[in-house]
Design a binder for this molecule. Structure first.
Ligand SMILES: O=C(O)CCC(=O)C(=O)O
Length: 289
C-alpha cells in the first residue's frame, strides 16, 4: 500500500509547522541504508578528527568509534542518494512545498546508545535564510524513535513567529539562548514513530533534541528541501547547472520569489565550524545538560 497524506495533514503542517508520516519505508529499504551506514561507522576507526564525511563525538577513539553525524550522506551512500528521489517522499513534498521542489543537502545524525549528543534549540532558517521560507527538513527514522532515545522535538506554531537570535558574544552560535528567549519549552512535542516513518518540519520551526541516554541508538537521516524559487541569501548561487540538477519536482527558474520574511544573517560566523554541534559549542546557556 502506498503511503499518502491527507488535506488534514497538510493543514497541520501549515498551522503547526510539523508533520509525522508513519511507515513510509519498508524494512528492506531500511536494511540497505543501515548496512551502508554500518560500513561507514566501521571505517571511522581510521579517523581521529572531524573531516568531510565524519563529525565525531568527543568520546570517539579509534578503538571505540563514536560518530555523531555522517555529513552529506547522499554523496557517500548510494541508498541515501536514491532516497532523495523516493516517489512517496517527493509526492508529500509537492503537497507541503508546492509543485517545484529542490533537494539541498543531507546529514545523518546518529545518537549512539548511552551518550548520543543533544542538538540545542534552533531554527534552521537562522543558518540558511532564503528569498522565501518555503523550505523544510525531512527526518527519516532509521530506528524506532520514542521519548527515551532523543526524539527530534518541535515547538508547534513557532514557524509563524519571530526568528530568535542565534548569536553569543557577538558571533553566530547556531542555538537559541533558552533563558534570554523566554520560550516555554514545556509546549514542545516529540516527533516519534517506528523505523521507516518520516518527520517534516518547517525551516522556521523551533526544534532540538535531548541526548540519548537509552540503550538504543537513534539514527535519523535528515534532508533539506526548498521551493525551486527560494534562492539562498548566505551562499549565493554561482553554479546554476549544479543548482538545477538538484530539482526533484517541477521546473527550474531564475526568478526568485521574494517574500517579506524576517532574516538575521548568521554572521559573523561561529568560532567553531564544521557542523551544528561545533557551532553550538560557543552558546552561553545550554538547555540540554
Ligand atoms: O538530530 C536531531 O535530533 C536534530 C537535528 C537538527 O535539528 C539539525 O541537525 O539541524
Amino acid at each position: 500500500m502506498t503511503v499518502t497524506i491527507t488535506p488534514g495533514d497538510v493543514a497541520l503542517y501549515q498551522e503547526q509547522g510539523y508533520l509525522v508520516v508513519p511507515d513510509v519505508l519498508s524494512e528492506s529499504e531500511l536494511d540497505v541504508v543501515r548496512r551502508e551506514l554500518a560500513e561507514l561507522v566501521d571505517k571511522a576507526s581510521e579517523v581521529t578528527a572531524n573531516d568531510e564525511v565524519y563529525d565525531l563525538e568527543d568520546s570517539h577513539t579509534r578503538a571505540t568509534p563514536r560518530v555523531r553525524r555522517i555529513k552529506s550522506p547522499e554523496t557517500v551512500m548510494p541508498s541515501v542518494a536514491a532516497l532523495v528521489h523516493h516517489p512517496v517522499l517527493v509526492e508529500i513534498l509537492t503537497q507541503l512545498i508546492g509543485p517545484g521542489v529542490r533537494f539541498q543537502t543531507g546529514k545523518l545524525n546518529m545518537k549512539a546508545a548511552g551518550d548520543g549528543s543533544a542538538v540545542e534549540w534552533h531554527q534552521d532558517w537562522a543558518f540558511y535564510p532564503h528569498t522565501n521560507d518555503d523550505l523544510l527538513a525531512v527526518g527519516i527514522m532509521l530506528d524506532d524513535v520514542d521519548e527515551a532515545n532523543g526524539p527530534l522535538c518541535v515547538l508547534p506554531g513557532s514557524h509563524r513567529g519571530v526568528i530568535y537570535d542565534h548569536h553569543a558574544n557577538g558571533f553566530f552560535c547556531g542555538a537559541i539562548d533558552p533563558i534570554e528567549s523566554q520560550i516555554d519549552f514545556s509546549s514542545t512535542l516529540p516527533l516519534m514513530g517506528a523505523a521507516g516513518s518520516m518527520t517534516f518540519h518547517h525551516v522556521r520551526a523551533v526544534h532540538g533534541s535531548a541526548p540519548n541516554r537509552s540503550a538504543r541508538s537513534r539514527n535519523l537521516l535528515l534532508f533539506q528541501f526548498a521551493a525551486v524559487d527560494a534562492f539562498p541569501l548566505v551562499h549565493p548561487i554561482d553554479d546554476l547547472a549544479r543548482f538545477d540538477q538538484m530539482i526533484v519536482a517541477g521546473e527550474a527558474t531564475i526568478e526568485p520569489r521574494v517574500v517579506a520574511v524576517p532574516v538575521r544573517m548568521p554572521l559573523p560566523p561561529a568560532p567553531s565550524q564544521g557542523s551544528i554541534y561545533e557551532n553550538q559549542r560557543s552558546m552561553a546557556n545550554r538547555f540540554f545538560k
